[in-house]
Design a protein around this ligand. Structure first.
Ligand code: IPM
Ligand code: MG
Length: 361
């Protein structure tokens, strides 16, 4: 039996996680998997109920699980909180405490959605890239950090710091992933300005020597941002530090059609994985049953693959999503401005995926 901890969180988190769970429940018995779900609080809802964005017992439950499926955290209600008590802190803390340093964000285009991209279809058709984002270091966690009053002026500081061990292990994740793909790694950096990036270039080169069968390119982050919209198909695996990865993965997501489609996996050395859609809590549409559950459902597919080794079950979920899109079903985020097409709500989209899974059995 596999223990799965659900952390639906804030905004649209609960509604999309609910659909992902229904899909996992439906697919599991067909592939001989037994799943036991538990549910807990994270983010703003946890601040409201317990005064902290992530309570220690929740962290312990996560440690005792095979995998964590998370929805989203944050919203305007908690915007006034100091950095340390914001909903996001719960997410950062669980990533850090569980040692989930490798964040995999695959961005590929479902053929049926090539027209939903803000870019021309001939540019996006065939995009298939994987952002490997370092998740527990860099500016997000570096010390010293904080605010101070210096000579009567308000000052704030954050620190970008990495050591070679942190860089080498995420570089290895990228090269290993590339071996299962098109054997090309692009390391994204800002080495013309940052010492941290200079170290990354050196260490990534060293790790590249252990993987002579994989091609490596170094790319400045600003130029990478440009190339992602100009020639996104040139990328296979992108490996980069935490903040660059945060920004570039949203960009990569959007060019594939919608932020509402992108799943992610956060993995560490311990075997425990955390899975979450890349989109945020979208408070403006929360609770209205119009969110796109597909990124959460596809995160469930990543969970099946990476945490349970259930490659066939994962493929069944992806095929189901693909066939639903081929049949023309869309949530509101997948419809371009000016296009008139009936749209499905969150639950109805979940129903379609479940029906397609039935058809695949
Ligand atoms: C993400 C999110 C988070 C991050 C926020 C919510 C802290 O943007 O997962 O990409 O910056 O990592
Ligand atoms: Mg982000």
């Amino acid at each position: 039996m596999h223990r799965i901890l659900l952390l639906p969180g804030d905004g649209i988190g609960p509604e999309v996680t609910r659909e992902a769970r229904r899909v996992l429940d439906a697919v599991a018995p067909r592939f001989g998997l037994e799943l036991a779900f538990d549910e807990e609080l994270i983010g703003g809802v946890s601040i409201d109920a317990r005064g902290t964005p992530l309570a220690d017992p929740v962290l312990e439950k996560a440690r005792a699980s095979r995998a964590v499926l998370l929805g989203a955290v944050g919203g305007p209600t908690w915007d006034a909180e100091p950095v340390d008590r914001r909903p996001e802190k719960g997410l950062l803390r669980i990533r850090k405490e569980l040692g989930l340093y490798a964040n995999l964000r695959p961005a590929s285009v479902f053929p049926a959605l090539a027209d939903a991209s803000p870019l021309r279809p001939e540019i996006v058709k065939g995009i298939d890239l994987l952002v490997v984002r370092e998740l527990t270091g860099g500016l997000y966690f570096g010390e010293p950090r904080g605010r101070a009053l210096v000579d009567g002026r308000r000052e704030a500081r954050n620190t970008m710091v990495y050591d070679e061990v942190e860089i080498a292990r995420i570089a290895r994740t990228a090269f290993e992933a590339a071996r299962l793909r098109r054997r090309h790694v692009t390391h994204v950096h800002k080495q013309n300005v940052l010492e941290v990036s200079q170290l990354w270039v050196q260490v990534v080169d060293e790790v590249a020597r252990e993987h002579p069968d994989v091609e490596l390119a170094h790319q400045l982050v600003d130029s990478c941002a440009m190339l992602l919209v100009k020639e996104p198909r040139r990328f296979d695996v992108i490996v980069t530090e935490n903040l660059f990865g945060d920004i570039l993965s949203d960009e990569a997501a959007m060019i594939t059609g919608s932020l509402g489609m992108l799943p992610s996996a956060s993995l560490g050395a311990g075997g425990l994985g955390l899975y979450e859609p890349v989109h945020g809590s979208a408070p403006d549409i929360a609770g209205r049953d119009i969110a796109n559950p597909l990124a959460a459902i596809l995160s469930g597919a990543m969970l099946l693959e990476h945490s349970l080794g259930a490659t066939d079950a994962a493929r069944a979920v992806r095929d189901a999503v693909s066939s639903v899109l081929e049949a023309g079903h869309r949530t509101a985020d997948l419809v371009l401005p000016g296009e008139s097409r009936p749209t499905l709500g969150c639950r109805a989209m979940g129903d379609r995926v479940l029906a397609a899974l039935g058809g695949l059995a």
